[in-house]
Design a protein around this ligand. Structure first.
Ligand code: ADP
Ligand code: MG
Ligand code: MG
Length: 265
């Protein structure tokens, strides 16, 4: 089979807009790893973003962030070597339309918020929080991944960035308008909480329709879909989904704590 650096590629694990990820086996050590290879057609001639991703994620050491083991270049193909998350993604674990029990949602949000709070303290904005980018480890622990479009806050501030990137159904209003901030990650996590609790995202439709809904339509009641849900839980999710980022929780950690407390009411 194909080989990249010291890794023999075994099979395709998954694919996103920017990369293909393979299960690899180290030819000398026999250890397994996930090999993330940039899609040249998506790179638009520049591999800068891929190097930035590698450097951003490599300095994040956290029990709920996927670990970078190495980086290499084979010919002209750069690749990232990551810890292999053997239990797949949260999207694969919970396909559309199947609600997840509240206690499980609270546990996911807590773990993701811990990882994101750490990334935020390191002055990063992830910008692409969605179930496809959250992996599950061997003991079913949650692992935040895919820092491919993460931004350093100082870059946002210095360049007054007008960079619209992300995944529309999970994107905060200010991110859609080219002004991402850390509270935008909280909004994306709020969309995920809504999706897991009810089985469906709050907003569907064409690009124009979803943009309009993200910007100015309040999400419909979670309790209409799941009557057993505590009212306080619905309020917490709605706060994370506030259109005005000033009305969200002060930090992503505060969102997770509030959700946990509301789930006990
Ligand atoms: P992209 O930047 O193109 O979205 P991702 O980093 O999200 O690429 O990886 C694409 C897919 O590959 C993921 O959704 C997941 O299915 C799989 N994947 C990525 N990293 C790993 C990993 N460390 N272990 C197992 N599967 C992974
Ligand atoms: Mg991805
Ligand atoms: Mg990516």
């Amino acid at each position: 089979g194909k080989q990249l650096g010291n890794y023999r590629l075994i099979r395709l694990l998954g694919e996103g807009a920017f990369a293909r990820v393979y299960l690899g086996e180290h030819i000398y050590l026999g250890t397994q790893a996930a090999i993330k290879v940039l899609k040249m057609e998506a790179a638009n001639g520049s591999m800068d973003g891929f190097y930035i991703e590698a450097r951003n994620i490599a300095r994040l050491i956290h029990p709920h962030i996927v670990r970078v083991l190495d980086f290499g270049v084979e010919g002209t193909t750069p690749f990232l070597v990551l810890d292999y998350a053997s239990s797949g993604t949260l999207r694969q674990r919970h396909p559309n339309g199947t609600p997840v029990p509240l206690a499980v949602v609270v546990s996911y949000i807590k773990q993701i918020a811990e990882a994101l709070q750490y990334a935020h303290d390191e002055k990063l904005i992830h910008r692409d929080i969605k179930p496809e980018n959250i992996l599950l480890g061997r003991r079913n622990e949650v692992l935040l991944s895919d820092f491919g479009i993460a931004l350093l806050m100082q870059t946002v501030q210095a360049q007054n960035i007008q960079d619209v990137a992300g995944t529309l159904p999970y994107m905060a209003p200010e991110q859609i308008q080219g002004q991402p901030r850390q509270a935008s990650d909280q909004y994306s996590l709020g969309i995920m909480a809504y999706e897991w609790l009810t089985g469906y995202r709050p907003f569907y439709g064409s690009i124009t329709e979803v943009v309009a809904q993200q910007l100015s339509i309040a999400p419909s009641s979670l309790r209409e879909k799941v009557p057993t849900l505590p009212e306080a839980v619905e309020q917490v999710v709605f706060t994370a989904l506030a259109k005005d980022y000033n009305r969200r929780f002060g930090s992503i950690q505060a969102f997770a704590t509030a959700l946990e407390q509301a789930s006990r009411l």
